[in-house]
Design a protein around this ligand. Structure first.
Ligand SMILES: [Zn+2]
Length: 277
């Protein structure tokens, strides 16, 4: 999908590329166990994974909506470009009415913060209810080692910076936003939500981080990244997502998979395949 707006339901959608995220290929994992993980890592071309980081601008009923907000200036110079992309699309921060977060990870939510202040002066922040319940709970944070509490800090910083403007979002039709449905995709985080925009075959499902890598995970949903908090549940969500997308013929894309296409049943023992559209 190019940076030009494309229409889904009542909305014009523009992809805002925040940048490229890279990690050593040892973040790859396979649900079948250690041997399968080793084979996957050994056969991976190159020594790293390299994925796009996207967020989205929607203009339509009830004004300007973002889905996620990128990294802001929190993750270094290869990222944080979504703000310039938003400006290039002709939208100023004070014009943004609301942000639908897919989940409370830094590459999706930290862009909402300028230091520890709100980047968007008016916007409401809608967070999947199960993610806010999890990352907003200091008692849950205590169960993580200190080095892995960043997402809990993000939740607390957002609650402070956007005091009175944070709302939770439940699965199903999103109130006040016709043609947008929140689609639960738990596993990567407890409350991760995709968003489906539009109706029927013409709708676009943004699957957030249910699939990070594209083809390798579409062909084999047991392929994952160590960033999935509950790997077994993440596999299950991928299977349901691929099955539903294939059955309904929806268009699909992802926070880290910039291509837009449809899902079809794969040949032989392949799970599914991606057909660009
Ligand atoms: Zn992500």
């Amino acid at each position: 999908m190019s940076a030009a707006a494309r229409r889904f339901g009542a909305y014009d959608l523009t992809v805002l590329l925040d940048g490229i995220f890279e990690a050593p290929k040892t973040v790859l994992s396979h649900a079948a166990g250690e041997d399968a993980t080793r084979r996957l890592v050994d056969s991976w071309p190159g020594d790293k994974i390299s994925i796009d980081v996207n967020c989205y601008l929607l203009t339509g009923p009830n004004g300007v909506t973002l889905i996620d907000a990128g990294t802001g200036d929190h993750w270094g110079p290869m990222l944080g470009k979504a703000r310039a992309a938003l400006a290039a699309a002709g939208v100023r921060p004070e014009q943004v009415d609301r942000v639908l977060l897919t989940h409370l990870h830094g590459d999706h939510a930290l862009g909402l913060l300028d230091g520890d202040r709100a980047w968007l002066p008016r916007a409401e922040i809608l967070i999947p209810e199960r993610d806010l319940a999890f990352y907003g709970d200091p008692a849950v944070a205590e169960t993580f080692p200190p080095a892995r509490r960043g997402n809990f800090k993000t939740a607390a910083d957002l609650a402070r910076a956007y005091a009175g403007r944070v709302r939770t979002i439940a699965p199903g039709p999103v109130e006040g936003l016709p043609d947008i449905e929140a689609v639960p995709l738990p596993g990567h985080t407890p409350g991760q939500s995709g968003y489906r925009i539009g109706e029927g075959r013409d709708s676009l499902l943004i699957w957030a981080d249910a699939i990070h890598l594209g083809d390798p995970q579409i062909e084999d949903p047991e392929v994952g990244l160590t960033y999935d908090l509950d790997p077994a549940q993440a596999v299950q969500s991928r299977r349901v997502l691929l099955e539903e997308a294939a059955r309904h013929g929806w268009l699909v894309t992802g926070s880290h998979v910039s291509r837009t296409g449809r899902i079809e049943a794969g040949a032989g023992d392949r799970g599914w395949r991606f057909v660009e559209d």
